[in-house]
Write a protein that binds this ligand. Structure first.
Ligand SMILES: C[S@@+](CC[C@H](N)C(=O)[O-])C[C@H]1O[C@@H](n2cnc3c(N)ncnc32)[C@H](O)[C@@H]1O
Length: 286
C-alpha cells in the first residue's frame, strides 16, 4: 500500500505534492472511505478540538463529545497497520459542578480500542496566569499502539543531549550514552505564542497550532522514513510540514477551508525551502 493508492481512493485533494495531501473533509468521512477500502497507514498524530468553545468547534454535550472522539479513534484503529501508532494530544474540559479542568483522557481511557503504551506530559512555560488556582502548564499526549510487543520506537533519534555529567565514567568507561539521555515522559516544549514580538516564525493564523518541535519529536521517535502518517484534524498543517521535513508522507483532513488554505501555503513554502537547501548543498558539493 502506498501514498498514491490512498489518494486514488480518497479522490481529489484540496492540495497535494509528492508526499503530502490535504483534504477539505470531515475526518470521519475520509477515514470511513479508507476503512472500507482496507487502506492502512503506519501512524496518526493529531490534536482534536477539546470542546471548550474555540472558534473552530461546535459545542457538544460532554458524552456526545467523548463518543465522537472514541468513534474517530475507532476509525483510526481500523486504518492503522498491525504495528502502527496513534499519538493523541488532549487537554482539559470543564464539567459543571464536578471539575474546573478535567483531563480529557480520564473520560476516554476505557473507550479506546488501542493499547495505551504511555502518557506523555507536554509542559510549557507561557500561558494564562491564574489567581485562585495553579496556572495550567501542561497537556497530555497519549501514545497508543496496536501491538504492545511490536511498535516503532527510535530512542536514539530523540535522545536529549543535555546530560548533566557527560564525562562520568565507571571502570574507565563512559557511563552515559554519547547521543544523550532518554527524553523521559515529560517534554518541555514552548507553545506557539501569539502577540507582537513574541510570535515565532512558524506562527500561522490558526489559534491552536502544534509547535513543530513537539511534532518533530513524535515523528522522529515513533515513525520511520517513508511511513504514511494521518492527521485527522490538520489545522494549520503542522504534522504535514514536519512530515515533509523528515521524509514521511502525510494525509490531513481539515473541515475548515480557510485552514486548508493556511496549511497549503505552509507546505508550499516548506517545500521551496527544502528544495533551496538541497540546491545549496549540491552547489557546495560540486
Ligand atoms: C486543535 S485544532 C488542530 C491544530 C493543528 N494541530 C495545528 O498544528 O494547526 C483542531 C482542528 O480540527 C478541525 N476540525 C474540527 N472538526 C473536524 C472534523 N470533523 N474533521 C476534520 N477537521 C475538523 C478544526 O477546524 C481545527 O482546525
Amino acid at each position: 500500500m502506498n501514498f498514491s493508492d490512498i489518494l486514488t481512493v480518497l479522490g481529489n485533494p484540496y492540495f497535494t505534492n509528492d508526499t503530502i495531501a490535504i483534504y477539505n473533509m470531515d475526518c470521519k468521512e475520509g477515514l470511513e472511505i479508507m476503512r472500507q477500502h482496507n487502506l492502512q497507514v503506519q501512524a496518526t498524530i493529531t490534536s482534536p478540538p477539546y470542546n471548550i468553545g474555540k472558534i473552530y468547534e461546535k459545542p457538544m454535550p460532554i458524552t456526545t463529545y467523548i463518543d465522537w472522539i472514541a468513534d474517530v479513534s475507532q476509525l483510526v484503529y481500523d486504518v492503522t497497520s498491525n504495528h502502527g501508532t496513534y499519538l493523541l494530544n488532549l487537554g482539559y474540559l470543564k464539567v459543571e459542578g464536578k471539575a474546573r479542568a478535567l483531563p480529557i483522557p480520564y473520560l476516554l481511557w476505557d473507550k479506546m480500542p488501542f493499547f495505551l503504551n504511555q502518557e506523555i506530559i507536554w509542559n510549557y512555560g507561557a500561558g494564562v496566569a491564574c489567581k485562585h488556582y495553579l496556572s495550567p502548564r501542561n497537556e497530555k499526549i497519549l501514545w497508543y499502539v496496536k501491538d504492545e510487543e511490536n511498535y516503532t520506537f527510535n530512542l536514539d533519534a530523540i535522545r536529549d543531549p543535555d546530560v548533566k555529567y557527560p564525562n562520568s565514567k565507571k571502570n574507565g568507561k563512559l557511563r552515559v550514552n554519547t547521543l544523550g539521555k532518554n527524553p523521559s515522559d515529560v517534554w518541555q516544549i514552548a507553545k506557539v505564542t501569539t502577540g507582537a514580538n513574541r510570535s515565532p516564525e512558524e506562527r500561522t493564523d490558526h489559534p491552536a497550532q502544534f509547535p513543530e518541535d513537539l511534532v518533530q519529536r513524535m515523528i522522529l521517535g515513533f515513525t520511520n522514513e517513508q511511513d504514511i502518517i494521518i492527521d485527522p484534524f490538520l489545522g494549520s498543517g503542522t504534522t504535514a510540514s514536519v512530515a515533509l521535513q523528515h521524509n514521511r508522507c502525510c494525509i490531513g483532513f481539515e473541515i475548515n477551508e480557510a485552514y486548508c488554505e493556511t496549511a497549503k501555503r505552509r507546505i508550499m513554502q516548506q517545500d521551496s525551502k527544502l528544495q533551496q537547501d538541497r540546491f545549496n548543498l549540491f552547489q557546495i558539493a560540486v
